[in-house]
Design a protein around this ligand. Structure first.
Ligand code: F6R
Length: 608
């Protein structure tokens, strides 16, 4: 999603803006640009494509100045090209924007009638003309900006340069994340703390409705009603060093291989080895008293939530509703009084998940966030947070965030079972014991990398369509396998509950459609094995992920059967996530797609 960086300082700003933009690359983008105040005038460089192209442009035509704004754009209104790239600017005002200005059409018509002409197809450009028009009407530039901001509807984060006020940089937030960084004699603006990490660790997050005037000496923040407000300063733990690939070819590979470590880190924060119990952080509500749970998220995070639903209903005997945030927020969901709503998000900034959280708060739900970004909006607005300790996830496809979300949900299921009296001490000790084995079993799964690579190249790359099947907690894994393959290899894939095959999808089976079956030895194995028979009987090519016992049963039927370590079915979804990640990864590498920044995708989806 779009990324913003801004600096009001004392050193040459253009190279520093480019450095900040590189740190925002992971969010996904299709063009980039920057604007500075150079010798009293707004100077701007923009380019379609990668930041390297912008860097080249700036090298060929340098821009001076010590104050500026930069942007990576993920297209919403208008195709990705240089004209639609940010900053949008005229001689008076330059603007970078993340989000959508919903009333841009009405504002554009009004401004066209006043004689303004528009260069781009974007919603953002109205902000430039609106501020300029108010300045032209004789209003002071900062006040003009305030009045313009008050007219904008939608979700946005903005960075604004004013030609007549080279001593300020303006920031505004309504729905989309924006952070202010505090430096020594300079100030910064960024979509996230990662962009600012090399310059400062002192961060202030703007709240919705806030707008701020930054000078080299500090920031003045006002709220929606234009009252002066103080927002707390945090010391971020993010490191200033550019996050590396650790010897891997892609961030995604590095993040897949980090899983034994981060699964262990996440579990260790909640597992008490002496007692063999799970201890969650103190929660401001009683887990034993919640009458119903709602699990809400988007994409891969929602699939972690679906596994969580199976676990919690089984071990804690409490009903769990599962919802996609983008659907939930536009229904009129009926919620049990005093219920618990769980929000799962790597970035903690997903617009739909955040909107769902706000709805649940209004409904009087206890709101619990499972997030990877501890300083994110979802983390800050929830009543309590269970952190995933995955570390920064840079590859757009979620991998280690997913498996650490599963670890937290497994711990939550155990804690709920204990609190509700549905799980005895012995079961808790057994289940938490099986969780402690996951890091070493995950390392064993990674040993299959070479074989999965060969499988990807021989069977998945040539396919046009791929099916993934699973039952029970392997069903969300089938959905996740298909999602992962689609998003990074662009091969069409569908995940199905294996029992649904006969209700339609079996018609797709022929010898050109690989069928990936996730079949750990559990109480549903025999049923899944029957589905494999049905696939093979129709000429389908079954690829089976199971354990030694399962492989022994299916190897004669399957085109390929890979034996993963035998584990308690409780933890199988965490381990079986890894081969489906590797299969998608190697297929994408073989196809030559942009694995870490797949086309059209963004890491943090901060627009709905
Ligand atoms: C897929 C993927 C996405 C995210 C989804 C939610 O690999 O990464 O489906 O899971 O966009 O993002 P977060 O977890 O940041 O809320």
């Amino acid at each position: 999603m779009c990324g913003i960086v801004g600096i009001i300082g004392t050193q040459a700003v253009a190279p520093r803006l480019i450095d900040g933009l590189k740190r925002l690359e992971y969010r996904g983008y299709d063009s980039a640009g920057l604007a500075t105040l150079d010798g009293g005038a707004i100077a701007r460089r923009r380019a379609k494509g990668k930041i390297a192209v912008l860097e080249e442009r700036v090298r060929a035509e340098p821009v001076g100045g010590t104050t500026g704004i930069g942007h990576t754009r993920w297209a919403t209104h208008g195709v990705p090209n240089e004209i639609n790239a940010h900053p949008h600017a005229n001689a008076r005002v330059a603007v970078v924007h993340n989000g959508i200005i919903e009333n841009f059409q009405a504002l554009r018509e009004e401004l066209l009638a006043q004689g303004h002409s528009f260069a781009s197809d974007t919603d953002t450009e109205v902000v430039v003309h609106l501020i300029s028009q108010i300045i032209a009407d004789g209003v002071d530039p900062i006040e003009a900006t305030r009045r313009a901001l008050a007219r904008l509807e939608g979700a946005f984060a903005l960075g604004i340069l004013l030609q007549e006020r080279p001593d300020v940089l303006i920031a505004a937030r309504q729905g989309s994340p924006l952070a202010i960084g505090h430096g020594d004699g300079e100030m910064y603006l960024g979509s996230d703390a990662l962009a600012l990490a090399p310059m400062t660790r002192r961060i202030t997050y703007l709240e919705d409705g806030d707008w701020a005037v930054l000078t080299t000496g500090g920031a003045t923040i006002r709220d929606l009603d234009d009252r002066l407000v103080t927002r707390p300063e945090h010391l971020t733990s993010l490191s200033g060093a550019m996050i590396g690939k650790g010897g891997h070819r892609h961030f995604m590979a590095k993040e897949i291989f980090e899983q034994p470590q981060v699964i262990g880190d996440t579990l260790n924060a909640m597992f008490n080895p002496a007692e063999r119990t799970i201890t969650l952080p103190d929660l401001p509500f009683d887990l034993g008293a919640v009458p119903r749970i709602t699990m809400i998220a988007c994409g891969t995070a929602s699939l972690a939530g679906l596994v969580g639903k199976y676990w919690i209903e089984r071990f804690a005997g409490v009903a769990v509703d599962w919802d996609l945030a983008s659907e939930f927020r536009y229904r009129a969901p009926v919620m049990a009084e005093g219920g618990l709503a769980v929000f799962i998000s790597q970035s903690g900034e997903t617009a739909d998940t955040l909107a769902a959280l706000r709805y649940c708060k209004q409904q009087g739900q206890h709101c619990l966030a499972i997030v990877n970004a501890p300083e994110s909006s979802i983390a800050r607005e929830a009543d309590a947070v269970l952190p995933t300790l995955a570390g920064p996830e840079i590859g757009v496809a979620s991998t280690k965030a997913f498996t650490t979300q599963l670890v937290v949900l497994a711990c939550l299921a155990i804690a709920l079972g204990r609190a509700r009296g549905t799980m005895d001490r012995e079961t808790e000790a057994r289940l938490s014991g099986t969780l402690t084995e996951v890091p070493s079993r995950a390392a064993e799964v990674l040993n299959h990398d070479g074989r999965i690579k060969a499988l990807a190249e021989e069977t998945i790359t040539p396919a046009r369509d791929v099916l993934y099947l699973g039952r029970g907690t392997s069903y969300p894994l089938a959905l996740e396998g298909a999602l992962k393959l689609k998003e990074i290899s662009y091969i069409h894939a569908e995940g199905y509950a294996a029992g649904e095959m006969k209700h339609g999808p079996i018609a797709l089976i022929d010898d050109s459609v690989p069928v990936v079956v996730i079949a750990p030895s559990d109480d549903l194995f025999d049923k899944t094995a029957s589905n494999v028979q049905e696939v093979v009987a129709r000429g389908g090519k079954a690829v089976v992920f199971s354990d030694a016992a399962g492989v022994a049963r299916l190897k004669d039927l399957a085109l390929e059967a890979i034996a993963l370590p035998a584990v308690d079915p409780f933890v199988a979804p965490i381990l079986y996530a890894i081969p489906v990640q590797l299969l998608a990864y190697h297929t994408a590498v073989d196809k030559g797609t942009d694995v870490d920044q797949p086309r059209n995708l963004a890491k943090a989806v901060t627009v709905e």
